[in-house]
Design a protein around this ligand. Structure first.
Ligand code: PGA
Length: 255
């Protein structure tokens, strides 16, 4: 078993055009400089859709692109939707599914998530299934129940041998500056690995488990050093090239 380390920058609804152009250039240059150390580290940028059109038209070998959300509607009269086939044609190879902001702000249910996971896999996009508990759920002792349900239902239309990624992102740690403690991450990731082994016997150990929630260059090393943490999903810190590259370095060092 050898899982890659994945460092993914989720730009969310940022940045503006001029800031984004220099951010992208600095990230690409920084990754290029580290090329010889990236054999087992994959670097992803997940920008808003207009950026995908721009960045995807001049692919660079070391930085892969993803989308933050995909539609599971078929091609046709679905105003405002973008499905996995179109995203793939414009350079995306990855997609986030069920990010907590999609779940809480845009009403995405586990059933939607399951359909989008299926749609991604059917069109050669590698889906990262995002799961995580709210603070209330954690305080009520429901963390394992919540993440197990989100995993089980979100992946319910996937086959055992299909290639997916799971991103554990406690909702209370996203964009708050509060990172989960190393022990909390270790506990949940260990639980998720066991749950995957029970459900996905064959492919369980091949599935990378990412952590997300206020990951920064200065806490990435401790998190990525954990056995069952195979990468980071980075929001705020991915909008600054030096911070993001610092997390890439932590990923290289953690191997
Ligand atoms: P954050 O976001 O790093 O800003 O907490 C992480 C995410 O939402 O993926």
């Amino acid at each position: 078993m050898s899982r890659p380390t994945i460092i993914a920058g989720n730009w969310k609804h940022n940045p503006d055009r001029s800031t984004g152009e220099s951010l992208w250039r600095e990230v690409v240059d920084g990754v290029e400089k580290r090329k010889s150390q990236l054999e087992k580290v994959r670097v992803l940028v997940i920008p808003p859709l207009p950026w995908l059109g721009l960045l995807g038209s001049t692919p660079v070998s070391q930085v892969e692109l993803g989308v933050q959300h995909i539609s599971d509607c078929p091609e046709g009269a679905f105003t405002g939707e973008v499905g996995p086939a179109l995203a793939h044609q414009f350079g995306a190879r990855w997609c986030l599914v069920g990010h907590s902001e999609r779940r809480t702000l845009f009403g995405e249910s586990d059933a939607h998530v399951a359909k989008r996971m299926r749609a991604a896999l059917d069109h050669d996009l590698k889906p990262a299934l995002c799961i995580g508990e709210t603070l209330e759920e954690r305080e009520a002792g429901l963390t394992q129940e919540v993440v197990a349900r989100q995993l089980e239902e979100g992946a319910s239309l996937c086959q055992e041998t299909e290639s997916i990624v799971v991103a554990y992102e406690p909702v209370w740690a996203i964009g708050t500056g509060v990172t989960a403690a190393v022990e909390q991450v270790e506990e949940v990731h260990g639980f998720l690995r066991e749950t995957l082994r029970e459900k996905w016997r064959e492919g369980a150990d091949e599935i990378p488990l990412l952590y997300g929630g206020s990951v920064k260059a200065d806490n990435a090393g401790d998190l990525l050093g954990l056995d069952d943490v195979d990468g980071a999903l980075v929001g705020g810190a991915s909008l600054n090239a030096a911070s993001f590259l610092g997390i890439v370095d932590a990923g290289i060092f953690a191997l």
